[in-house]
Design a protein around this ligand. Structure first.
Ligand SMILES: [Zn+2]
Length: 343
């Protein structure tokens, strides 16, 4: 009775199933690279001892030899598990050619190219999305600079799409989300404003001293408003510059009320009020008085403070008084006031 043929490797369905669940490569079970093929078998089957040949290194650049075992650089690098990652001693040319054709080795060879492709695809998508967001931010920034209502943002994005601005279609996430809403515009404006505001605070903090320029007004909703700017100096270049700080709504228009509103704003930026060295205002007594008025409150924190009557206000007073002696100008002013009042 002939002995039963021993079935090994993937031809055995049970083993195939096992290889799937244990995530073992098909190569390690199917090819003679398998650890099951021992050096002993090699000797018996071939009836002589096979030797490693150094010329293999030239023919197979992926091959490594540590003096006793052969390894595959690529399979090791990409974490494959086969006889060429643990070390192969089956020194035959056919062992090497079978390893080249194995799934593991092919996957290891393709891995860098696939990684590169994936990286490029991701970068491409990111670049397009980033460009689209930058366009949306520029649209919001432009609307704000031009004093146009943010409610025009959606219309502006539609217009940009209509005239075929490249990459703007990447704003469309799906049928319902396309970042063209008023809420998006508000969020973008808030982000832009935060960045500018943080930069302003940083520049204020670097300045050793500052001058506050302030004036009161009433907006169209009849709210009492206070505009505050600062004149600062860059300690590195010694270049002065002017920063717009805030447009505050105030309820108390006295010198003390205005002072407290400005102090609270400076505190929120981490600036001590004693660093205010100059004050620029109109000539109203609420501003210039040195007792309970604005200047008086600043002087209590810094006795060296100088109040300057704002040059623009002085020019306005000067032209107004000079014009009183020019009949043509009086008539012009009268017409202008009449037009203003009719509105
Ligand atoms: Zn390999």
């Amino acid at each position: 009775m002939p002995p039963k043929a021993k079935i090994r490797g993937p031809t055995d369905p049970k083993q195939q199933k096992l290889s799937f669940f244990t995530n073992k490569s098909t190569e390690s079970l199917s090819s003679p690279d398998s650890a099951e093929v021992s050096e002993e078998q090699t000797k018996t089957n071939d009836n002589d001892v096979r030797h490693y040949q150094s010329k293999w290194l030239t023919v197979h650049p992926w091959l490594e030899f540590d003096g006793t075992k052969m390894f595959c650089k690529h399979c090791k690098q990409f974490g494959m598990q086969n006889i060429f990652t643990t070390g192969n001693t089956n020194f035959r040319t056919s062992t090497l050619t079978r390893h080249i054709a194995s799934n593991d080795h092919q996957r290891a060879i393709m891995a860098p190219r696939e990684q590169e492709n994936l990286k490029k695809t991701v970068e491409n998508v990111q670049n397009k999305e980033e460009k689209a967001i930058v366009i949306a931010m520029k649209a919001v920034y432009w609307l704000s600079k031009e004093g146009i209502a943010l409610s025009k943002y959606s219309s502006m994005i539609r217009f940009l799409k209509d005239i075929g601005v490249s990459d703007i279609d990447s704003l469309n996430v799906n049928k319902h989300v396309d970042y063209s809403s008023y809420n998006t515009a508000n969020d973008l404006l808030k982000s832009i404003s935060n960045v500018i505001n943080n930069d302003t605070t940083e520049r204020l903090r670097r300045s050793p001293h500052l001058t506050i320029l302030t004036d009161e007004s009433t907006d169209i909703a009849n709210h009492h408003k206070l505009s505050v700017s600062a004149r600062i100096i860059n300690p590195s270049s010694l270049q002065p510059s002017t920063l717009f700080l805030t447009d505050l709504r105030i309820t108390n228009g006295t010198g003390k009320g205005i002072f407290e509103a400005i102090k609270e704003h400076l505190d929120s930026r981490g600036i001590e009020v004693k660093l205010v060295m100059g004050l620029g205002t109109d000539s109203a007594s609420t501003m210039t008085g040195r007792k309970e008025e604005l200047t008086g409150h600043f002087l209590r924190h810094n006795p060296h403070l100088q109040n300057t009557h704002c040059a623009a206000h002085r020019l306005a007073l000067c032209t107004e008084q000079a014009a009183k002696k020019v009949p043509g100008m009086l008539k012009f002013q009268e017409t202008l006031v009449t037009i203003f009042l009719s509105f």
